[in-house]
Design a protein around this ligand. Structure first.
Ligand SMILES: [Zn+2]
Length: 222
C-alpha cells in the first residue's frame, strides 16, 4: 500500500508474517536507491517492489540498505529470503540488538550516529530503549510530511510490550522525552497495525499515570 509519494520519493507499506508485521520501503524516484525498514517473514510482495539489478546482485549493495527497528524475530525473519533474492546488503540496527542477527553481510551497529543519508533519502535516528535495549526509531521529514518508523516502541493506544518494570521505565522515558517532542503532525508508522499521529498519541498519554512497578502490555488509556 502506498503511504506517501512526492516528486522525489515514495513510501510503501507491506504486511506479512504470522504476527501481521509491517515493513516499509522508502524509495527514491531520482535514483534507484531504497531503504527497507524491517523484514518480516515471507516478504515476497516487498521483494517484488524493491528497485534492483536483477541480473547482477552485487550491484545492489550500492542501491539498497536495510534498517531494523529492533531485533525481535518477527522483524528480521525475512532477511534470509530477501538477501537471497537481492544479494547481501548493509543492515543497520541498534547496537544492543545486533546480537539477534545471524547475517554474513555487513552489519552497521548504530550507537551514536544521528542520521542516515542515502541518496536523497534522509532519516534521523532516535534511540528508544525499552521494548528491547537496542530499539531504534527512524524519523523522516519529506517536504514537511513527517513520519516516524516506530517499530514496537509506540503504537496507537500505548507502548510496546516490556519484560519488566525497569524496561517499562525506559520505554516510558524514551517515548516521553524523545518521541513526544517531535512535530505534532508526525505520522507514527509502527511495526504492527495502524498509524496514529504524535498529537493523538499524546492525547491518549495525557491521562496515563506512571507507576513504577508495572510492565508487560500497558495501555495509555486503561
Ligand atoms: Zn518486538
Amino acid at each position: 500500500m502506498k503511504i506517501f509519494e512526492n516528486k522525489e520519493l515514495k513510501i510503501e507499506n507491506f504486511i506479512s508474517g504470522n504476527l501481521n508485521n509491517n515493513s516499509y520501503l522508502i524509495s527514491s524516484k531520482l535514483t534507484e536507491n531504497s531503504l527497507v525498514v524491517d523484514v518480516p517473514d515471507n516478504p515476497r510482495e516487498l521483494i517484488n517492489k524493491i528497485p534492483r539489478n536483477r541480473l547482477n546482485k552485487s550491484q545492489n549493495l550500492e542501491k539498497i540498505k536495510i534498517l531494523i527497528t529492533h531485533g525481535h524475530y518477527d522483524h528480521i525473519e525475512g532477511i534470509e529470503l530477501l538477501t537471497e533474492r537481492i544479494g547481501l546488503v548493509d543492515i543497520k540496527i541498534g547496537f544492543a540488538d545486533a546480537k539477534y542477527l545471524n547475517y554474513s553481510g555487513n552489519i552497521d551497529r548504530l550507537r551514536s550516529q544521528k542520521e542516515i543519508i542515502f541518496s536523497n533519502i534522509k532519516l534521523e535516528i532516535i534511540y528508544t530503549p525499552g521494548h528491547t535495549e537496542g530499539s531504534t526509531c527512524y524519523f523522516a521529514n519529506f517536504d514537511d510530511n513527517k513520519f516516524l518508523f516506530s517499530g514496537d516502541t509506540l503504537f496507537p493506544g500505548g507502548p510496546g510490550k516490556t519484560i519488566d518494570s525497569q524496561n517499562f521505565k525506559k520505554i516510558y522515558e524514551s517515548i516521553k522525552n524523545k518521541l513526544y517532542i517531535l512535530p505534532k503532525d508526525t505520522v507514527i508508522l509502527p511495526g504492527h497495525g495502524d498509524s496514529i499521529t504524535i498529537e493523538d498519541s499524546i492525547k491518549e498519554f495525557n491521562n496515563f499515570e506512571y507507576k513504577n512497578h508495572i510492565s508487560g502490555d500497558i495501555s495509555w488509556t486503561k
